[in-house]
Design a protein around this ligand. Structure first.
Ligand code: SF4
Length: 377
């Protein structure tokens, strides 16, 4: 039987240097799996997984929280949790047009950690660290690259930038995962930005509710709550119903009860959630737990992720089936972030077929039946 304790005795825990010291010592123990030996205590590697370790490549390192590992069926090599976090030699495949920076974030960076791609919003990379590294990560060029947490001078420069750019209406606090910062460091970031621009809408982008929900403590929420006088959203990433657990539901509930709306961005992943019933179940679970499914993302053209991407045609089919099964509230927007910094565009079949000879609009219903809609005279 496979059992992983969520909380380890003090002497059994390896303190993870990649987290803030305060975060580790002052709050609770965080146990992670980061070596082949540790992983092999829990599962038998497949041939593709074993070859990744032997290749010793320079791809994203292994890091899995013991909580997230506990969601996995270790006897199933195709487990949807496993596919998201256990590396495979397939990450060494190189496919045409794939890049380390397919969204051209580097060329849109106005400061080393600040991306200004869309006129009205910026992304602030406050750290390169996460509780668990996802093999599908679209920001592999930055994640786990030892850039570490944002410095005070970098933070001041970002605050000055948004102070001087009134056209910026929203800021994504992202990375990496901002919740790897200690509460103190995170509050320093938020307070500095809020002082510079009290009106700015902040989006806290974190996968912790799915990968390490124990991070969402009462203390964290109490510190965030005073910052909800201007809009503060949590943007999270649940990709499979197995990630909806008692602990993750409690984590998102804490945000919502404190006045922080929670939106979810699912990544469409081959062998994980490329199935209409799996996605339908996930979206309904999210809505039932007060989380709005926001985006369903087509995989970006990131080097080393081809084996996890779903063909676009299959994604369009899934979108069509989901639209016939889900309510508007539960339906996420299927979207693609276009290569070379082209930005996000929505995907999905059109139900508008054009105009007939008399100028009346012609539609198809979700089930394919024709309908007409005349404009007023
Ligand atoms: S949590 Fe986000 S930033 Fe971190 S590895 Fe996963 S997708 Fe990348």
């Amino acid at each position: 039987m496979f059992l992983v304790p969520l909380f380890f005795p003090m002497d059994a825990v390896r303190l993870d240097q990649r987290f803030d010291t305060w975060y580790i010592i002052g709050m609770y123990m965080h146990a992670t799996i980061s070596t082949r030996e540790e992983l092999e205590h829990h599962l038998v590697l497949t041939e593709d997984e074993r070859r990744w370790f032997e290749a010793n490549g320079d791809s994203l390192p292994l890091l899995i929280s013991t909580y997230y590992l506990s969601l996995m069926n270790p006897g199933d090599p195709d487990d949807p949790i496993r596919r998201q976090v256990v590396p495979s030699i397939r990450e060494m495949d190189r496919i045409g047009l794939e890049q380390m920076d397919p969204l051209a974030e580097i060329s849109h960076s106005v400061l080393p950690r600040l991306i200004h791609r869309y006129r009205n919003r910026v992304a602030f990379l406050v750290t390169d660290r996460c509780a668990t590294y996802c093999r599908h990560c679209f920001r592999r060029r930055f994640t786990a690259t030892e850039c570490s947490h944002v410095s005070e001078s970098e933070l001041d420069a970002v605050a000055a930038y948004v102070h001087d750019h009134a056209e910026v209406r929203e800021m994504l606090l992202t990375g990496g995962d901002p919740l790897t910062l200690s509460d103190e460091r995170l509050m320093q970031v938020i307070t500095t930005i809020r002082n510079a621009r009290p009106d700015l809408v902040l989006r806290l982008c974190s996968r912790m509710p799915a990968t390490f929900p124990q991070r969402i403590t009462d203390d964290l929420i109490a510190r965030l709550k005073p910052h909800t006088c201007s809009a503060l959203y949590l943007m999270t990433q649940f990709n499979h119903p197995k990630e909806i657990t008692r602990q993750s539901v409690q984590a998102v509930a804490r945000f919502i009860d404190a006045g922080i709306p929670v939106m979810n961005q699912t990544v469409l992943l081959r062998g994980v959630n490329d199935d209409a019933s799996v996605l339908e179940h996930l979206m309904n679970l999210l809505v039932a737990n007060r989380v709005k499914p926001y985006y369903l993302f087509q995989g970006d053209l990131v080097s080393g992720t081809a084996h996890l991407r779903v063909p676009l045609e299959k994604g369009l089919e899934l979108e069509s089936v989901l639209r016939s099964r889900l309510s508007g509230l539960a339906m996420p927007q299927y979207a693609i972030d276009l290569p070379e910094g082209g930005g996000k565009v929505p995907l999905g079949r059109s139900y508008l077929e054009g105009k007939d000879e008399s100028g009346t609009w012609m539609f198809r219903t979700v089930s394919g039946e024709p309908r007409n809609y005349p404009d007023p005279d």
